[in-house]
Design a protein around this ligand. Structure first.
Ligand SMILES: NC(=O)c1ccc[n+]([C@@H]2O[C@H](COP(=O)([O-])OP(=O)(O)OC[C@H]3O[C@@H](n4cnc5c(N)ncnc54)[C@H](OP(=O)(O)O)[C@@H]3O)[C@@H](O)[C@H]2O)c1
Length: 415
């Protein structure tokens, strides 16, 4: 799911709420690396580690045979002997995670849909080309049986599952279907084929869960913790990042065209430590092998200080060499819109997603994407770890030069 807020003109995109970047109210808005991409049908050619040793307990469905393996053994292996299943491999972060794992020499099995990407724009060939270096397994994570059958056809053990799955819409049913059920299918199927470590891309905002997609993510996080508690040979790393660059770049082109920068309240309502796709992918890849990432919930931001929307706007005008021009929108406008949508949904239940999108927008207009100090109940920039090297300023400069290509948000009008 993409997160930010987009009010592009109806010609381009009508009204897009993106979650984390709500402070951007207005947006112009090798299996062996050597191996080339393969579809599932060509998997028999892969040289993957096939050794399965030792017992595991597992999240299983009834009648499922459990593959026996020594769950810790992969940690002592070389990356080229470790089989990593990546689900959500075609998303904004997933693509970079695949690239990073391939670069580090892991045997990557990237699960993808036959039509992937925003609005299913990518064919199987496009997807295979994009996930170059990984073995692309076309399957359906939303159906456990199909997924298990696909993995069975691989005739390979899995050591680690990395999930970058997310609802592309943020709608209520889709969030439960993807952020919970499909992700759980991947745990069940991964465990069946020997996985003893699960790396989950979650979100920092689940600390204060007021939205359905956050509840769905938290429910799955709880299952990971339970699994690790019940079987001390199973481990997890839960990664909760702050805002992605794509969610903050929506106003760059508008401001470049002379429009004001729009923000809620005084522009200080919410802050984040934005992180680039590459830096986050690198952090996620660290979670595959690093001992200090085992059984941890890892909040993570990008380099540098936390930035408010006001500071992001000022940065943009500075880069453009223009006098800052802001529009400050009262946050109460959001409350009014949410109240109206909540009323309408009682009459028209089919509007439940619209009402949810309003809440998502309100949440990200007011809540910081920083660690919530449990003692003070306040967001804390100091307690939010930084990782990586890519800065928002460099990103803004690049978008000013090259545009937002590759930084598109999700598929619905809101996300
Ligand atoms: N945006 C932010 O600022 C931000 C900040 C912190 C955390 N996060 C979290 O980061 C996570 C990933 O975000 P992202 O932007 O990389 O997500 P994304 O680009 O929307 O990618 C979602 C992935 O899930 C897959 N998927 C979605 N629906 C599916 C379905 N029905 N069947 C099979 N696969 C499906 C997509 O496959 P297709 O390509 O086939 O659609 C894609 O690979 C989310 O959990 C989000 O909450 C986001």
């Amino acid at each position: 799911m993409s997160l930010g807020f987009d009010f592009r003109t109806p010609k381009t995109l009508p009204f897009k709420t993106c979650v984390y970047g709500f402070n951007n109210l207005i947006r112009g808005n090798p299996f062996v690396r050597r191996l080339k991409n393969h579809s599932l049908s060509s998997l028999q050619n892969f040289r993957l580690s096939r050794k399965r040793v030792g017992p595991i307990s597992a999240v299983t469905t009834e009648n499922d045979p459990i593959v026996k393996t020594n769950p810790f053994s992969f940690r002592s292996k070389n990356p080229n002997e470790i089989n990593v299943l990546v689900v959500g491999s075609t998303g904004y972060i997933g693509k970079f995670v695949v690239k990073e794992l391939v670069k580090r020499g892991f045997n990557v099995i990237a699960v993808a849909r036959e039509r992937s990407g925003i609005r299913g724009k990518n064919s199987k060939q496009d997807t295979s080309a994009e996930l170059n270096g990984a073995n692309v397994c076309f399957s359906d994570v939303t159906h456990l049986d199909s997924l298990q059958k696909s993995l069975e056809n691989l005739t390979l053990p899995i050591d680690v599952v990395v999930s970058c799955l997310a609802s592309r819409t943020g709608g209520i049913k889709d969030s439960w279907k993807i952020d919970y059920e499909a992700t759980r299918n991947c745990l069940v199927a991964g465990r069946k084929f020997g996985a003893s470590h699960f790396v989950l891309l979650s979100a920092i905002c689940v600390q204060k869960p007021l939205l359905e997609f956050q509840r769905a993510k938290l429910k799955f996080e709880a299952e990971l913790l339970k699994e690790a508690k019940e079987d001390d040979r199973f481990t997890y790393s839960i990664v909760r990042p702050t805002a992605f660059f794509k969610s903050l770049g929506g106003q760059v082109e508008l401001v470049k065209d002379g429009k004001p920068y729009v923000m809620f309240g005084n522009g200080n309502l919410c802050a984040c430590k934005p992180i680039s796709e590459q830096d986050l992918a690198s952090f996620i890849a660290d979670c595959v092998l690093k001992n200090d990432k085992i059984n941890q919930v890892l909040s993570i931001g990008g380099p540098g200080k936390a930035l408010t929307p006001l500071e992001q706007g000022e940065m943009l005008f500075r880069l453009l060499g223009k006098e800052p021009k802001f529009i400050k929108v009262p946050i109460q406008i959001m409350d009014f819109a949410i109240g109206l949508l909540d009323f309408l949904v009682k009459i028209f239940p089919s509007m439940e997603d619209a009402a949810e999108f309003g809440k998502i927008g309100r949440y990200y207009a007011a809540e910081s994407m920083l660690v919530l100090d449990p003692e003070t109940g306040e967001y804390s920039a100091d307690q939010t770890p930084s990782y990586g090297k890519d800065t928002l300023e460099e990103f803004f400069a690049r978008v000013l030069r090259e545009g937002m290509a590759g930084q598109e948000l999700g598929e619905q009008m809101f996300l």
